[in-house]
Ligand binder design. Structure first.
Ligand SMILES: CC(C)(COP(=O)(O)OP(=O)(O)OC[C@H]1O[C@@H](n2cnc3c(N)ncnc32)[C@H](O)[C@@H]1OP(=O)(O)O)[C@@H](O)C(=O)NCCC(=O)NCCS
Length: 320
């Protein structure tokens, strides 16, 4: 049995927060933010919308586009670093409840911005082992709830949103996900962290931006090269290069090092900022909705985040 990427959906919160919002509140400029990050605006969830609400809305679309009933989903995995509740219940359980799905396995994973790729590989393993048939994977974040809006070096980077995909079993090898590789190195734990229960400080994200930036470029470039070589892929075999959307300069540096053409590179960081685990599925959904992603297209995904964690994947889009 093979795992195939059947559908994509996303939920983009209504409120748009432009760079001007930050300029009016702290010592920064629109020019600095645009030049250093490529971000013009990001979306912010409303006070009555939690991460599970964003995730449930994205999931409904993904399940519908997969041509399935909610009752046919047999596993839900939610990747998030901004769950509704600190330890329990998991956001995946809350999403299941909002979708009216009961009596199946549902759990969260914590792999920061690499969360969606981690969830994809877990889904693939459950399907290839024959244990599950239709796995709903979600990247959902209300990062505005863990951002320190007095830290000008970090706060303008992040936004809220959610994306979801259905990964299904198939016996058609031609539809199968080609390969996924995920890694972690905890010795870099101090680069990106939320002190939370370990500390008297509030549970806000802290980041050493410049160091993270350099390691991200190097690690992502090497990781993607390794995956492409392992699968004997050339750039022309990839239709869309869909990287995690953290910073335009990271995407450009990695894209240039890998020599992808501009038409292959997908960019959404300008309008959504960094939405951590939601950024890749939101970007896939953008491509799907604007007609850039078609059935049978080969996607190359890559991501890097707190942990540190990183990963990349070659995934054929097997949706309609
Ligand atoms: C955060 C980030 C945009 C900063 O860009 P940078 O080029 O590394 O900039 P630096 O941190 O070296 O800071 C450069 C200068 O800008 C200043 N600065 C920082 N934030 C600023 C802001 N919002 N407005 C104006 N100036 C700012 C710094 O104080 C520093 O000033 P100095 O030179 O006088 O000391 C960038 O490092 C980044 O995107 N890092 C990776 C983030 C990331 O991807 N994290 C998640 C991983 S998924």
């Amino acid at each position: 049995m093979y795992a195939s990427f059947r559908s994509i959906g996303a939920y983009i919160p209504e409120e748009i927060r432009s760079n001007e919002w930050f300029v009016n509140r702290m010592d920064t400029t629109d020019e600095w933010i645009t030049k250093r990050t490529g971000i013009n605006e990001r979306r912010i969830a409303s006070t009555d919308e939690n991460t599970s609400d964003l995730g449930a809305k994205a999931s409904k679309i993904a399940i519908e586009r997969a041509g399935l009933e909610n009752s046919e989903i047999d596993l839900i995995i939610c990747a998030t670093i901004s769950p509704d509740y600190l330890c329990m219940p998991s956001t995946a359980c809350l999403i299941a409840d909002k979708l009216g799905i009961k009596n199946i396995m549902a759990f969260d994973i914590s792999a920061a911005c690499t969360g969606f790729i981690y969830a994809l590989q877990i889904a693939q393993a459950f399907i290839q082992s024959g244990i599950k048939k239709n796995v709903l994977i979600i990247g959902a974040e209300k990062l505005s709830s863990i951002i320190d809006y007095t830290d000008r070096t970090t706060c303008m980077l992040f936004g809220d949103g959610a994306g979801a995909a259905v990964i299904s079993a198939t016996d058609n090898k031609d539809e199968a996900i080609t390969d996924i590789q995920c890694s972690a190195d905890g010795s870099f734990k101090d680069l990106l962290l939320t002190p939370g229960v370990q500390s008297e400080e509030a549970s806000f994200m802290q980041m050493k931006g410049n160091e993270t930036f350099k390691i991200a470029v190097r690690t992502l470039t090497n990781d993607v090269k390794k995956l492409m070589e392992k699968n004997k892929f050339e750039n022309k075999d990839v239709d869309l290069f869909i990287p995690h959307q953290a910073n335009y300069r990271i995407i450009k540096a990695v894209g240039d090092a890998l020599k992808f053409e501009d038409e292959q590179k997908v960019l959404t960081v300008d309008k959504y900022g960094n939405t951590s685990s939601a950024s890749i599925p939101m970007a896939i959904n953008d491509c799907y909705e604007n007609g850039k992603l078609k059935s049978g297209d080969m996607m190359l995904l890559d991501a890097f985040g707190g942990g540190l964690t990183w990963g990349s994947a070659l995934v054929k889009f097997a949706g309609k």
